[in-house]
Write a protein of this length. Structure first.
Lengths: 519, 495
C-alpha cells in the first residue's frame, strides 16, 4: 500500500533538523536532543514495517520531485523489501549509538551529536534513494562526518585511521561517479535507478562498469584486498563510530552490489562471479584467521566483520533466491550482532580504559549481566542455531551449495573458525580471574547500558526463532532482482536503447522454474 | 554623433566602471584617511549601477549587439561573465576593507585599480576582436601587477609584483605574436574574419597552427595552466590576501571567458587540433597542481597550486567542448566551465576571506600550522573553512561537487570517460591536502605554551563576504538549477 504521506522525507529531515538544532544547544542538552531526534526517527520508521505490502513488486512510499532539470535528476525515494530492513536497522541502531556515547564523549558533545545525526540522514538516504545522483550525493555526504567522528573523537592513532578511511572510500566512489555518467548516456539519458535496471548494455561495457562499481562497493564492504582501512578505522573510532561503521556503513557496499551491480550489469556479474566467490571465501577464512590472532577486542571484532561480510558477498554472487535472501538477512543480522559486540567493547573500555583481552579477564563474577549479553552476541556471531546469524548463514550456504559444493565446504570453515575465535575470546574475557587492580572498576551494567544492549539481544532471538516476517517482506524484491538479471541476459550486445521487451520475458520465466526444481 | 550613440550605449557598463575608477583616484587625495571607506562604497555603488545596466542591455537572451564596427559584442555570454565579475569584485572590495586597514596599506587608489582591472576584464569578455581582447588583458594585468606590489614595505610583495610583471609581459608578447600571425593570415584581427579565413585556408595550414599554439601559450599563462604556471605560487603568496583572492577568482574567470570566445568563435575550425593540445595541458595541469599542493605548508601557496589544479578541471570541460559531437555539440562542455568557475569563485573567495580574517596580531597567519586547533578557538570560522575545503575537494552536498559533476559529465559525453577517471583520481589526491587543513583545525589541539594572540574580529563587511560565499557553496550545492540554466542559456549565443 502506497501512502501519499512523505514518510521517507520525514525520515531524512528529522535527524537533519536535530543536527541544526545542535547549533543552539548547550553541551548538556545536546545528548537529549540527539536522543529525541533519533527516537523520533525510529518511531516514524516503525509503522513502515506494517504499512509495507510484502506482495507488491514495485517500490513503495515513493516520492518523485524534480531536483535538477538539465540533466534530469529527481529527488526520488522509495522502499522495497531489500531496503526496508536496512532502513529499519539504521534508525534502530542510531538511538543506541547516542546512548552509548552518553558518558564516553566528554568533549565537543554538540559537534559529535550533530555528526551522528548528519550520518543518519545520509545513511537512510543511501538506502531509499531511487535516483543514481541522489544516491551518490548521500553516499559521499557520509565521508566528512565519518572522517570527523574518527579523527576528532577517536583513539591515539586516529589521524592516520581517519584519513585512510577517507581516501580509500573516496577513490572508490569517484570511479563510481564516472560509471554513473557512462550509464546515463547508454541507458537512455536517465539517472532513474529502476529505469537503468531495465536497460541492456553491451557486454564489454558491462565489464568496465562492473569494475568501477566494484571499486566503490568492495572498498565499503570491505572485500578481501581492500579491507585494510577497516581494522584501523574500527579500532580508532569512538564506540558509536565503530557501531555505525560495522552495522550500517559496511552494508552500503553489499547493498550497492545488490541494487546496482546485479540488476544493471547481469552479464558482467555472471562473468565475475568466480572472482567474487573466491574473494568472498578468502575474506571469510582470512578474516577469521586474523581474528584468531588479535589481542585487541575491537580488532578481533573488526576482522570478524571482514569474515562475516564475506558470507554476505558470497550469498549475493551465487545469485539464487536462497543466497540473496540469506545475504540480505545476514546484512541485518551482522548489524545487530556486531553492533552489540562493539557496544560491549565500548562498555568495558569505559571501565578499564583498555581494549586488550589480557586486561579484561574474568568479568563473569563482577559483571554477570554484562557477561550474559556478551555471550549472547558472541554465540549469535558464530551462528548458533536459534540465533539470528544461523538463519542467514544457513540460507547463504544453501544458496552456495546450489552453485558449488567446494565453495560451500570452504565457506563452512569460516563458521568453525568463528566458533574458535569467539569462544576463545569469551573464555578469556568472561571466565578466568580478574586482575585485582581492575576489580573495583568493574561495575555491572547501569540502566542506560542495559537499554543499549537488551533490544539488540531480543532481536537476536526474535530473528533467530521467527525469521519469517523479515524473509517474507524481502521475498518479492529478491525475486524481482533475480528476474531482472535473467531478463537482460538475452541481448548482451544489443545497442543502447534498443528494444528490451519481447523475447526477454521468455527467459524471465525460465529462472524460477530452475529454482522450483532445486527446492 | 547619433551613430556613436548606440556604440557608446553598448559600452555603458565599461564606461561607468572607468569613470568610477577615475573618480576614486581623483577623490583619493582630498579624502581624509578616516573616511576612505567612502571610496570603497562609491566603487560598490558603481558596480550596482553596472549590474542594472547590463541586465537592461540584454533582457532578451538571443540578442547580440555589436559595437564599434564589431570590436566589441554584447551578448548573453558576456552578460554571464560580467554579472559574475561584478559580484566577485564587490565581494573583494568588502573583503579588502578590514584587511587593508589591518595591513596598514589602506590606500584609496587600491579601489581605483580594482575598478580598472575590472574594466579590463569586462573588455576581455566582450571583445570580438583579438586586439580588443589583448587590450583588455593588458589593462587587467597592469592593474594587478600594481596591486600585487601594494604592500611596499614587504619584500615578498615586491618580489611577487616584479615576478608577475616580467612573466606577464613575456606571455603578453607571445600572445601578441600569435595575434600578429593570424592577422597576417586573415588580414583582420576580428574573430569572425579569422574564422572565415580558417574556413577557406583549411585547418592544416602551418601558419594557422603556429599562431594557435602561440595564442594557447599566451592564454595558458593567464589561466595558470602547466607548464606556464610558474608565477602563480610566488605571486599568490606574496600579494596581499585580498588581491590574491581577486586574482585567483576574477582574473581567472575573465581569462577563461576570453579564451573560450577566442578558441570557439575565432579558432573553432581547428577544434580537432586544439582539443588535443588542451587535453595534454589539462592532464599535466591536474597532475602537477594536485601533487605539488600536497607538500605545501603555506595555505596561500597551497591554494595557488589548488587553483592551478582547478584550471585543469575547467580545461577538461573545454576539451569536451572541442570533442563535442552530436546535436548538443560543445554546449555541455562550455556551460560546464561557466558553472565550474562560478562555483569556484564562491568557495575560493570564502577561503581567502577566512585566511585574511585569521591573521594573528600583526603577523599573517598563513602557515597551515597556524590553523591548529581553530575549531576550539573559533568554531564557526573552522566550520566555514571545513565547508570551503569540502567544496574545493568536490564532496557533495557542497557546490564544488556540482561543478565537478557537470565538467565530468561533459567529458563522459564527449567520449572521454578515461580522462574523467584520471581527473577524479586526482580529485581524491586533492581531497588529501584539503582535508589536511580540516585535520589541523579539528584534530590537533593548540599548543598550550603559546599565548593566544588576539585575532582580527570579523567586521560586518567581512561577515557579509563570508555569508555570501557560504550561501553560494550551500545553495548551489543543494539547488544548482538557477545557475545551470543561466549558464546553459548564456552559452547558446555561441551557436
Amino acid at each position: 500500500m502506497t501512502s501519499s504521506f512523505p514518510w521517507l522525507s520525514l525520515l531524512l529531515v528529522l535527524p537533519l533538523a536535530g543536527a541544526i538544532a545542535m547549533y543552539f544547544a548547550t553541551e548538556s542538552t545536546a545528548r537529549w536532543i540527539a536522543l529525541a531526534a533519533t527516537l523520533a526517527d525510529l518511531f516514524v520508521a516503525l509503522p513502515l514495517w506494517w504499512l509495507f505490502d510484502p506482495q507488491a513488486s514495485q517500490m513503495q512510499f515513493t516520492e518523485h520531485v524534480a531536483w535538477i532539470t538539465v540533466p534530469p535528476i529527481y529527488y526520488s525515494l522509495g522502499l522495497d523489501g531489500i531496503s526496508l530492513p536496512l532502513v529499519l536497522m539504521t534508525v534502530g541502531i542510531m538511538p543506541l549509538c547516542v546512548l552509548a556515547s552518553w558518558n564516553a564523549i566528554t568533549t565537543r558533545v554538540r559537534g559529535f551529536m550533530a555528526m551522528l545525526l548528519v550520518m543518519e540522514t545520509a545513511m537512510v538516504g543511501v538506502f531509499v534513494a531511487l535516483d543514481f545522483v541522489l544516491f551518490y550525493v548521500f553516499w559521499e555526504a557520509m565521508l566528512i562526518p565519518m572522517y570527523l567522528l574518527i579523527g576528532v573523537w577517536g583513539g591515539a592513532n586516529r589521524l592516520y585511521a581517519a584519513i585512510k578511511f577517507f581516501l580509500y572510500t573516496l577513490v572508490g566512489s569517484l570511479l563510481l561517479l564516472v560509471a554513473i555518467f557512462v550509464l546515463y548516456f547508454y541507458g537512455g539519458h536517465t539517472f532513474d535507478i529502476l529505469a537503468l535496471s531495465q536497460g541492456t548494455y553491451p557486454a564489454s561495457l558491462q565489464m568496465w562498469l562492473f569494475l568501477a562499481f566494484f571499486a566503490a562497493f568492495a572498498v565499503k564492504v570491505p572485500m578481501f584486498p581492500f579491507h585494510t582501512w577497516l581494522p584501523d578505522a574500527h579500532v580508532e573510532a569512538p564506540t558509536a563510530g565503530s557501531v555505525i561503521l560495522a552495522s550500517i556503513l559496511l552494508k552500503m557496499g553489499t547493498y550497492g552490489f545488490l541494487r546496482f551491480s546485479l540488476p544493471m550489469l547481469p552479464d558482467a556479474s555472471r562473468f565475475f562471479t568466480p572472482m567474487m566467490v573466491v574473494l568472498s571465501i578468502i575474506a571469510i577464512i582470512y578474516g577469521a584467521y586474523m581474528a584468531l590472532a588479535q589481542v585487541d577486542l575491537k580488532k578481533l571484532i573488526a576482522y570478524s566483520s571482514v569474515s562475516h561480510m564475506g558470507f554476505v558477498t558470497l550469498g549475493l554472487f551465487v545469485m539464487n533466491q536462497q543466497g540473496i535472501e540469506g545475504a540480505v538477512l545476514q546484512m541485518v543480522n551482522h548489524g545487530i550482532t556486531t553492533g552489540g559486540l562493539f557496544l560491549c567493547v565500548g562498555i568495558i573500555y569505559e571501565r578499564t580504559h583498555s581494549r586488550l583481552i589480557a586486561d579484561n579477564v574474568g568479568l563473569a563474577s563482577p559483571m554477570p549481566q554484562y557477561a550474559v549479553l556478551l555471550v549472547i552476541f558472541a554465540l549469535s556471531s558464530l551462528g548458533l542455531p536459534g540465533t539470528n546469524s544461523f538463519v542467514g548463514e544457513f540460507l547463504v550456504l544453501v544458496g552456495t551449495f546450489l552453485w558449488s559444493k567446494v565453495a560451500t565446504a570452504l565457506a563452512s570453515l569460516g563458521i568453525i573458525l568463528a566458533a574458535t575465535y569467539l569462544l576463545w575470546m569469551v573464555q578469556r574475557v568472561v571466565f578466568g580471574v580478574p586482575s585485582p587492580h581492575h576489580l573495583p572498576k568493574l561495575k555491572d551494567l547501569n540502566q542506560r547500558e542495559l537499554a543499549t544492549l537488551v533490544p539488540l539481544a531480543l532481536l537476536v532471538f526474535l530473528i533467530g526463532i521467527f525469521p519469517n516476517p523479515l524473509v517474507s517482506r524481502m521475498h518479492q524484491s529478491v525475486t524481482n532482482t533475480i528476474a531482472s538479471m535473467s531478463r537482460a541476459k538475452i541481448a548482451p550486445t544489443a545497442p543502447p536503447s534498443a528494444g528490451i521487451t519481447g523475447p526477454l520475458l521468455a527467459v524471465g520465466g525460465e529462472q524460477p522454474k530452475i529454482q522450483g526444481a532445486l527446492r | 554623433m547619433s551613430l556613436y550613440g548606440a556604440d557608446l550605449l553598448a559600452l555603458l557598463p565599461e564606461l561607468i566602471v572607468v569613470f568610477a575608477a577615475c573618480l576614486v583616484i581623483v577623490l583619493d587625495p582630498i579624502t581624509p584617511a578616516s573616511r576612505r571607506d567612502l571610496l570603497a562604497w562609491l566603487s560598490v555603488g558603481s558596480l550596482a549601477l553596472c549590474l542594472g545596466v547590463t541586465g537592461w542591455q540584454i533582457n532578451e537572451l538571443n540578442v547580440r549587439v555589436s559595437a564599434f564596427s564589431d570590436l566589441v559584442v554584447v551578448d548573453a555570454y558576456a552578460r554571464f561573465w560580467k554579472i559574475l565579475l561584478y559580484g566577485v569584485t564587490a565581494l573583494t572590495i568588502f573583503m579588502s576593507l578590514p584587511y587593508l586597514k589591518a595591513e596598514r596599506v589602506h590606500l584609496g587608489e587600491y579601489y581605483g585599480f580594482i575598478l580598472l582591472a575590472l574594466s579590463g576584464m569586462m573588455v576581455m569578455v566582450s571583445g570580438a576582436d583579438l586586439l580588443t581582447i589583448y587590450l583588455g588583458t593588458e589593462l587587467m594585468s597592469l592593474s594587478l601587477y600594481i596591486m600585487t606590489g601594494l604592500n611596499r614595505s614587504k619584500p615578498r610583495s615586491l618580489e611577487a609584483a616584479a615576478k608577475y610583471f616580467v612573466l606577464g609581459a613575456f606571455s603578453s608578447g607571445i600572445l601578441l605574436y600569435g595575434i600578429s600571425l593570424l592577422y597576417g593570415m586573415a588580414g583582420s584581427t576580428k574573430l569572425a574574419s579569422i574564422a572565415g579565413a580558417i574556413g577557406t585556408r583549411g585547418a592544416d595550414d602551418p601558419l594557422v597552427l603556429i599562431a594557435t599554439i602561440l595564442i594557447a601559450v599566451g592564454f595558458s599563462f593567464k589561466l595558470a595552466a602547466v607548464p606556464f604556471h610558474m608565477w602563480t605560487p610566488d605571486v599568490y603568496q606574496g600579494a596581499p590576501t585580498s588581491v590574491t583572492a581577486f586574482m585567483a577568482v576574477a582574473s581567472k574567470a575573465a581569462s577563461f571567458a576570453a579564451f573560450m570566445r577566442v578558441f570557439v568563435e575565432g579558432l573553432g575550425g581547428l577544434k580537432a587540433d586544439w582539443s588535443v593540445l588542451f587535453l595534454l595541458i589539462a592532464v599535466v595541469t591536474l597532475v602537477l597542481g594536485n601533487v605539488v599542493a600536497i607538500v605545501q605548508t603555506n595555505i596561500k601557496r597551497m591554494l595557488a597550486y589548488s587553483s592551478i589544479a582547478h584550471a585543469g578541471y575547467a580545461l577538461i570541460g573545454f576539451v569536451a567542448a572541442g570533442r563535442g559531437v552530436g546535436a548538443s555539440g560543445g554546449t555541455p562542455g562550455l556551460a560546464s566551465i561557466m558553472i565550474y568557475l562560478a562555483i569556484y569563485s564562491f568557495m575560493t573567495l570564502g577561503a581567502f576571506a577566512l585566511i585574511g580574517m585569521l591573521r594573528k596580531g600583526g603577523v599573517e597567519g598563513e602557515e597551515i600550522e597556524d590553523f591548529t586547533g581553530l575549531a576550539k578557538r573559533q568554531p564557526l570560522a573552522a566550520f566555514l573553512m571545513l565547508l570551503f575545503m569540502a567544496s574545493l575537494a568536490g564532496i557533495p552536498p557542497t557546490a564544488g561537487f556540482i561543478g565537478k559533476f557537470y565538467v565530468f559529465m561533459a567529458a563522459v559525453e564527449a567520449g572521454l570517460a578515461w580522462l574523467a577517471a584520471i581527473a577524479l583520481i586526482f580529485a581524491a589526491v586533492s581531497a588529501y591536502y584539503y582535508m589536511r587543513v580540516v585535520m589541523v583545525m579539528y584534530m590537533r589541539d593548540p599548543d598550550p605554551s603559546t599565548v593566544e594572540q588576539p585575532r582580527l574580529v570579523a567586521s560586518p563587511a567581512l561577515s557579509f563576504v563570508l555569508a555570501c560565499a557560504v550561501a553560494g557553496v550551500i545553495l548551489f550545492g543543494l539547488y544548482p538549477n538557477p545557475l545551470v540554466s543561466f549558464a546553459l542559456q548564456s552559452v547558446l549565443t555561441f551557436k
